[in-house]
Design a protein around this ligand. Structure first.
Ligand code: ATR
Length: 266
C-alpha cells in the first residue's frame, strides 16, 4: 500500500484524504492518505520522518509551503517559479524533491474541466500574494494575450509582473472589460471585495475565484450581479491534488466526478 499524506496547521478541515482516496478507487490503486498536524517548531523533522518511514508522497499546505521549498534538495521549474512547494517526494538518490501543482491544477480546471480557453485572452489577475505567484507560470504557459496584475499594494504586483513578464496596474488605472478575471486575493476569505470598477466586467467576462465556499464569495456575487459567469476554486483544489497524484503514481484521475461529490457535501 502506498503511503501518502498532507501536512499543515490547522489540518483537520483538509479534504485531501477524501480526494486522493476517490482517485485511488478510480484508478484501482492501493493508497493510504493521512493527515499530519504540522508542528511549527518541528516541521522539517516531521517531513524527514514521513519519508524515513516509507512514505511515497507528501502534500504541504498552510503555513509550510515556503519552509518545504527551503528544505528541498531539488525543485521543479514550476516550484522554483512559485517560490513554494506543495508536493514532496524522494528522488532516485534519496534527495528531497519539491514540486508545486497549484498553478497546473488551476489551469487544468479552467481549460479542461470548465472548458474555458486561456490562449489569446485578456486576463485580469487580482492579488499578488503567494497564491497568485503560484499560478502565474502555468497561466502564462497557456499564451494569453495579456495578463494584468492588480493589487492593493502595487509594489507586490510590480514584482510579480517583472518576474512573469505580465502587466500591472492599480485598481484605479485598470481599463476593462477583460475576457477573464481571476481573483487570487485572500479578500474572499474575510467576505471582502477588492475595489473593482464596473467597467472591468461585462456579461462576456468569465470569472474564477481561487477561493471556494458553499455560498458564492463576495467576488462571485459581484460578477454574477453584472451578468458574468464563472466558477470558484473547488476545482482547483481537486486539480492540484490530481497533479500531485500523477507525480507520485503516474495515473491521471477523472476530476469532474470528485468536484461534483465535494460540491454535494458542502
Ligand atoms: P495567499 O497565500 O492567500 O496569497 P498572501 O500571500 O497573504 O496570501 O496574499 C494575500 C493577497 O490578498 C495579497 O495580494 C493582498 O493584498 P496586499 O498585497 O495589498 O496585502 C490581498 N488582499 C487581502 N485582503 C484584501 C482586501 N480586503 N482587499 C484587497 N486585497 C486584499
Amino acid at each position: 500500500m502506498e503511503q501518502l499524506a498532507v501536512i499543515g496547521n490547522p489540518i483537520e478541515h483538509s479534504k485531501s484524504p477524501e480526494i486522493h482516496h476517490t482517485f485511488a478507487a478510480q484508478t484501482g490503486l492501493d493508497v493510504n492518505y493521512t493527515k499530519i498536524l504540522g508542528d511549527l517548531d518541528n516541521f522539517e523533522q516531521q517531513v524527514h520522518d514521513f519519508f524515513a518511514e516509507g512514505g511515497l508522497g507528501l502534500n504541504v499546505t498552510v503555513p509550510f509551503k515556503q519552509r518545504a521549498f527551503d528544505m528541498c534538495d531539488k525543485l521543479s521549474k514550476r516550484a522554483e517559479n512559485a517560490g513554494a512547494v506543495n508536493t514532496l517526494m524522494l528522488g532516485k538518490n534519496g534527495e528531497l524533491y519539491g514540486d508545486n501543482t497549484d498553478g497546473a491544477g488551476m489551469v487544468r480546471d479552467i481549460v479542461k474541466v470548465l472548458e474555458q480557453p486561456i490562449a489569446g485572452k485578456r486576463i485580469l489577475v487580482i492579488g499578488a500574494g503567494g497564491a497568485v505567484r503560484g499560478v502565474l507560470g502555468p497561466l502564462m504557459g497557456q499564451k494569453p494575450e495579456i495578463v494584468t496584475i492588480a493589487n492593493r499594494t502595487l509594489a507586490k504586483a510590480e514584482e510579480l509582473a517583472v518576474l512573469f513578464n505580465c502587466d500591472y496596474a492599480t485598481f484605479d488605472d485598470l481599463k476593462g472589460p477583460f475576457d477573464m478575471i481571476i481573483n487570487g486575493s485572500s479578500a474572499s476569505l474575510s467576505g471582502e471585495l477588492p475595489p473593482l470598477k464596473d467597467e472591468l466586467i461585462s456579461k462576456n467576462t468569465w470569472v474564477y475565484d481561487m477561493v471556494y465556499s458553499a455560498e458564492p464569495t463576495a467576488f462571485m456575487q459581484w460578477a454574477f450581479a453584472r451578468g458574468a459567469e464563472g466558477a470558484d476554486g473547488l476545482g482547483m483544489l481537486v486539480g492540484q491534488a490530481a497533479e500531485s497524484f500523477f507525480m507520485w503514481l503516474h495515473q491521471r484521475p477523472d476530476q469532474a466526478p470528485v468536484i461534483a461529490k465535494l460540491r454535494a457535501e458542502m
